[in-house]
Design a protein around this ligand. Sequence first.
Ligand SMILES: [Zn+2]
Length: 193
Amino acid sequence: MYHPNLIRTDETRHIDNCPALVLNADYTPLSYYPLSLWPWQTAIKAVFLDRVNIVSTYEREVRSPRLEMKIPSVIALKQYVRPSEYPAFTRFNLFLRDKFSCQYCGSSHDLTFDHVVPRRAGGRTTWENIATACVTCNIKKGGRTPAQAHMRLRLAPIRPTTWCLQENGRAFPPNHLHESWHDWLYWDVELQG
Ligand SMILES: [Zn+2]
């Protein structure tokens, strides 16, 4: 979901595939959705500006006449930044709020987005008016409201808090994480189910 091209062989890793996971001063990720990642150039710049501590590094090095250093894989801000209470309104976050399941039938296949109040009836594209729906339910509902279509939403669509998405995210870990990041993320197999 985040960096599909990340590969595990560290020394041969392409330099553009060396983002740093950015932790807040309390060593929790600065943000989860999207995951706070900086390109290596930004990370190294922050190191030299003395704004971050290096927590972990890749094997890959950068060299210049004045500099030779391993690329940071995890950095922590020296100054605490107050996390935002609400996550960004993105397709991924919307699926995550709805736990990747159709809000009408519960299916987890062929998911798309449904305007609860249809656009032609003035329905807007907001957290409160978009629900995850499978293609079948979406077609069945057509340009009608749930009441008109006699279809019930399992949960009323609401704007989730960052905390709420983090809770849901534990069950849906992204696939491509560098091993040095694992200790700093909450995703925990035991918490699934
Ligand atoms: Zn459905």
